[in-house]
Design a protein around this ligand. Structure first.
Ligand code: BGC
Length: 392
């Protein structure tokens, strides 16, 4: 019953937040909270949630001051650096704010993620923060969260086709793609140069709602130059369905690029641009180039500023990345958790962009930042995100 009251409070605060709305589609202001104190460290996973205790009521409390203070954080995988940072930043900040944290990683396995979330629901979490492996795979388990009155924040990736999602916190995903596309426009001076320049495209996981945003941001920026014949795509592989990389796999991106190189570039054709949506796929493309391409090195894009990729930017194997400071996102989400649990208005800055199939989800978009070999020191080292030693 108490949960019902909490739900009503939530509904009211969501409405208030939606009414306030601020700058739909605009770049988000920088989050105001302090970054997590620690630079990314080796992951310590929180213990698995206890077995469901059927008769134990989850600790939602009265509307004014809910007392539940356990937060479930569900992350997709430890395989990619960024999720380790997201998880440890969230855990550190939530614990510093006095919450108990149940942090779980699901080894990129959808069934594992669903069962971890079920344990969080049954284990008394008052709020769930979820970075989904697959956008459509959590509807059933989240029905349980909704009926228990447990609010859900979709973290970084929107969870689709379920009305159990209360809020979404992410970076401006379309802007990530625009940043990559604009880099290519500037680097090749496409407004003045005739070209044609040869480009190949490697996009993200079709099961990740972010992936088409990245792709569309970049392609919308480059399309005028494609239409003008200044950029051509010798493989003919252009549409999102064809260029996607399931699970953002480095190996899959690498083998696809190896095939493209042997079919289209083995005769000495010059490759000028590798548009890669993120760093894990970019690494695969870079591996393929290293083994199979001897021409002038192309422009290679990325996203995340993973350590391996920053090293490659310094070594000239990757031209740019997009820095998404996971400390900023974690801080914002911790703030949202606090606002939810205290019945305050939840801060959002976008109430138009992200419809998950059941309606627009009030969102907070953090600002992604261009990174390359010239500014990485200021962005990544001076800010304490990495140490010099991390990049040796
Ligand atoms: C994230 C990217 C990340 C990718 C692969 C996306 O949802 O927004 O930052 O590179 O997943 O993990």
């Amino acid at each position: 019953m108490k949960r019902k009251v909490l739900s009503m409070v939530l509904a009211t605060s969501m409405l208030a937040a939606a009414l306030v709305g601020c700058g739909g589609g605009e770049a988000a202001p920088a989050a105001t909270s302090e970054p997590a104190a620690e630079a990314p460290a080796a992951e310590e996973e929180a213990p698995a949630a206890e077995a469901p205790a059927a008769e134990e009521e989850a600790p939602a409390a009265d509307a004014a001051a809910p007392t539940g203070n356990k937060v479930g954080v569900s992350m997709p995988t430890k395989d990619l650096q960024r999720w380790n940072q997201d998880g440890s930043n969230m855990q550190a900040e939530l614990e510093a704010a006095g919450y108990e944290v149940d942090l779980q990683y699901a080894s990129n396995d959808e069934a594992t993620q669903a069962s971890q979330i079920e344990n969080m629901i049954n284990g008394g979490c008052s709020v769930l923060v979820i970075a989904a492996i697959e956008a459509n795979s959590l509807s059933t388990v989240l029905e349980g969260a909704k009926s228990a009155g447990i609010p859900v924040i979709a973290y970084d990736r929107l969870i689709m086709n379920t009305d159990a999602i209360n809020y979404y916190a992410t970076f401006d995903n379309y802007k990530v793609g625009v940043t990559q596309g604009q880099y290519i426009v500037d680097a090749l001076d496409l407004d003045n140069a005739d070209g044609p320049f040869n480009m190949e495209i490697t996009a993200g996981d079709p099961g990740d709602n972010n992936a088409p945003f990245f792709y569309n941001g970049a392609m919308d920026t480059l399309q005028p130059y494609i239409d003008a014949g200044k950029i051509v795509i010798p493989s003919g592989q252009v549409d999102f369905a064809t260029v996607g990389t399931p699970k953002w796999s480095t190996e899959t991106a690498q083998s696809r690029m190896e095939n493209i190189l042997s079919s289209n570039y083995a005769d000495g054709t010059k490759l000028d641009i590798c548009l890669c949506s993120n760093d894990s796929t970019s690494l695969g493309v870079q591996n393929a180039l290293a083994a199979n391409y001897t021409g002038d090195y192309p422009i290679v894009t990325g996203q995340d500023c993973d350590i391996a990729n920053v090293k490659n930017m310094i070594a000239g194997k990757q031209s740019m990345s997009v820095f998404k400071d996971t400390r900023t996102l974690a801080s914002q989400v911790v703030k949202m958790v606090g606002q939810i649990l205290s019945g305050e208005e939840v801060e959002v800055n976008d109430t138009t962009t992200y419809d998950n199939g059941t309606g627009v989800i009030p969102s907070f978009l953090c600002d992604p930042v261009f990174a390359d070999a010239n500014n990485y020191k200021e962005l990544l080292i001076d800010s304490g995100y990495y140490t010099d030693a991390d990049l040796q």
